[in-house]
Design a protein around this ligand. Structure first.
Ligand code: 4AZ
Length: 419
């Protein structure tokens, strides 16, 4: 029933107690807002990067140090990074220090010069200039106290570097992962859909502007792919390459200048299923487009190693491809196991390697061919160990994906490209 009198009586008697509560709540909300604002402006920690060149005079330069994938380069970088970690964690900047990363090693007048990126996190109240001096001071102490290494650090050698400039340095080096680009510690590879920049060396090899195969960027001008991608068409003018994780909206499209198919490729046995694609003009490296490292000819990937396969291929045999790049974690399987009677029964030769998951499931499939099987080393630098080549259907137990084994063709790649 409708009773108008009650509304009028409710508005007439505003309880002073209720008003008081509202006023107090208002003041509290305002206080918290101002407090948070001050906190974020003055006390919130922000990342700051510094670059420094270390002259290490008692380490002899060898050509092995030219390659970031060599054991020598890895060991030396690790030793320097560990030394930096120990030094800064025992210093007055222990709470601000986040990470030390060796980006480059080159020949010095005497010994080697290592370019180092140092990441710190501190509040806006700490001024950049005073940090410079403090970092240089801590590094100088290394000169007398650096274990087996003789290190020379000049004070003008510690410089703040904007995040974009650090990124430009990392982009030029091979195998730089998204987590390295921000010098954070690890990447969470979640789900199966990749995000922009997750696999910056992944390319789509396109025939008449339609995705046909995957391809792997190994320099600004060269890609690695599978020979079987060119079974029907070998004329470079009909091929192009796109970059970026979305097929529908690529970041770059580049024409193909030359296709080099391995002279001993045999379609029937899938042997030597490897080809090189030269770009017409090359690509400029960006955050989302840059090259992966190549392992050395004498290197071996351990059985059981965790690796990633990526591509726009179909989710089941005979299916259609996808628009958003996908990723799958698989493990390296020994050739002996892969050649067992219930598996491929001797069809896997020494230029091939198998990878899959124990019960099947994750696998490359149609349209993924030519794409990478990639692994990160302990410093988060990625190398391409395999090229998607063949397999019996996709994801079946005892039928893992078979990949062209890149170290086996390392010398051929150098002969053809100079890389
Ligand atoms: C293909 O048809 C293909 N499961 C590629 C890889 C695999 C199977 C088929 C491996 O291109």
């Amino acid at each position: 029933m409708y009773r108008p009198g009650r509304v009028a009586s409710a508005t007439r008697s505003l309880n002073p107690f209720v008003v008081g509560i509202f006023v107090v709540a208002g003041v509290v909300i305002l206080g918290v807002t101002i407090g948070l604002l001050i906190h974020f402006l003055a006390f919130a920690q922000k990342p700051y990067l510094y670059q420094s060149n270390l002259h290490i005079t008692n380490v002899e330069y060898t050509s092995q140090l030219d390659s970031p994938t060599s054991q020598e380069y890895r060991t030396l970088s690790r030793t320097i990074e560990n030394l930096m970690n120990e030094t800064f964690r025992a210093s007055s900047l222990a709470r601000q220090f986040r990470r030390a990363y060796v980006v480059r090693i080159r020949q010095g007048n005497q010994g080697v010069i290592a370019t180092l990126l140092l990441k710190f996190q501190f509040t806006g109240r700490t001024t950049g200039a005073s940090m410079n001096t403090r970092i240089a001071e801590i590094l100088r102490q290394l000169q007398n106290n650096s274990g087996t290494m003789t290190i020379n650090v000049s004070s003008e050698n510690v410089q703040p570097i904007p995040a974009e400039a650090a990124q430009d340095i990392l982009i030029r080096e091979c195998g730089s992962s998204p987590e390295l680009m921000t010098l954070s510690f690890e990447r969470i590879i979640a789900g199966t859909q990749a995000r922009a920049g997750d696999w910056p060396w992944q390319a789509s090899l396109q025939l008449n502007n339609a995705h046909h195969c995957g391809a792997i960027l190994i320099s600004n001008a060269w890609l690695l792919t599978a020979a079987h991608c060119f079974r029907s068409v070998r004329d470079p003018r009909r091929w192009s390459v796109t970059f970026g994780y979305l097929l529908s909206n690529p970041e770059r499209r580049v024409n193909v200048r030359r296709i080099i198919i391995h002279p001993n490729y045999i379609a029937e046995t899938h042997e030597n299923d490897i080809a090189l694609v030269e770009l017409n003009g090359g690509v400029t490296f960006t955050k989302n487009i840059h090259r992966i490292c190549l392992p050395q000819a004498n290197q071996n990937i351990p059985v059981g190693a965790s690796v990633y396969v990526t591509g726009w291929g179909s989710l089941q045999p005979g299916g259609t491809g996808v628009n958003v790049l996908r990723q799958g974690a698989v493990q390296i399987i020994s050739n002996d196991n892969c050649n067992a009677p219930q598996s491929y029964n001797g069809l896997v030769t020494s230029g091939m390697i198998c990878a899959g998951t124990p019960g099947g499931g994750t696998d490359a499939c149609q349209g993924d061919s030519g794409g990478p099987l990639a692994m990160a080393d302990s410093r988060q630098i990625w190398s391409v160990w395999g090229i998607v080549s063949w397999g019996y259907e996709c994801g079946l137990p005892d039928r893992p994906g078979v990949y062209t084994y890149v170290p086996y063709y390392r010398d051929w790649i150098t002969q053809q490209t100079g890389i």
